[in-house]
Design a binder for this molecule. Sequence first.
Ligand code: NAD
Ligand code: UD1
Length: 339
Amino acid sequence: MKILVTGGAGYIGSHTCVELVQAGHDIVVVDNFVNSSMEAIRRVRKLCGTEFPFEEIDLTDGPATDRLLEKYPVDVVMHFAGLKAVGESVQIPIEYYRNNLGSTLSLLSAMKKHGVKNFVFSSSATVYGADAPVPYKEDSPVSRITSSPYGNTKLMIEYILKDTVRAVPGFNAALLRYFNPVGAHESGEIGEDPSGIPNNLMPYIAKVAVGKLDKIHIFGNDYDTPDGTCLRDYIHVVDLAKGHVAALKKLEENCGVFVCNLGTGKATSVLEMVKAFSAACGKDLPYDFAPRREGDLPETWADPTYARETLGWTAEKGIKEMCEDVWRWQSRNPNGYRD
Ligand code: NAD
Ligand code: UD1
């Protein structure tokens, strides 16, 4: 299939480009580098062994997005582009709504004009209601409103896509709800490259391991969990990327709306992750216990049954590989793509 990958220079998009090309698909990649760099595209091209087309475009620019789809007649739009920092979204909500909703609307308008009818969206487990019992299933209750503007953009875009499926004959939308993507490509060539001090656990641990930060702060050790720290469903980014390749099958089957969790079904505590990374990098990483972080849930993990049954997809890589691959990426690229 011919696939437009938006946000393809970013963390998850770049890994998905590699898997799409390896599975025999033709890709066109677009990004505006608001949170990434051209070096990621160069490395993806190297890993794929092909010079796929790349366009630097801000997808909130409607006419530019329209010209993009005119130039490249694709079968599918895989939409990774978006702003994703939860804390920042509370500070600058307008920018988050403008960028995340605006880019999606530009794409949908251009798709309508050019007859493109398949959309894959990077949604998040954050759309599930705080009261939903774990493990989350696709039919678990979704929040009326999430804990952040970032999460709300995910929820709103899910609704926009459901309405589009209802209104446009033949339109299909795969809403893929990611759990906690971590890891890096096993080559060590591409990985997560956050700017500034990371908000998320895995990149923070990696920066401590490489000596850029002093100590890991574990947010809360008094939760009602086996070791008192929060439980999450960490999924290797390459498994996640393969889940996107598998989801194309549903679009070909003319699925209408397809909602699917992409997680492993396994819960790992913060403390277990710190220990696993210490083993992977061969040194005991320093940590302390800090107060709970506002908005954190004690435990979230996926029920991955539906993905297995409908896509024939299951995550294969465990915590050890996630840590080893992040360490390979981080130790070879201590400054990320800026080296
Ligand atoms: P990322 O920031 O690494 O990648 C997003 C890419 O989109 C970046 O390269 C950025 O430059 C680009 N972009 C942003 N706005 C754009 C615009 N207006 N026009 C063109 N390009 C634009 O993030 P990621 O971790 O790869 O996440 C990809 C998607 O998955 C995002 O939509 C994110 O919300 C979603 N998601 C991520 C996680 C996670 O933990 N990383 C979890 C759930 C969902
Ligand atoms: C967060 C977001 C979620 C988003 C996801 C991916 C919140 C409340 N949730 O998920 O909406 O989809 O990132 O971007 O922000 N932790 C520490 N020390 C750290 C960092 C994290 O102890 O320095 C802990 C957290 O308290 C949490 C776990 O590690 O228990 C995982 O945190 P994180 O990687 O930020 O992911 P989530 O909070 O699950």
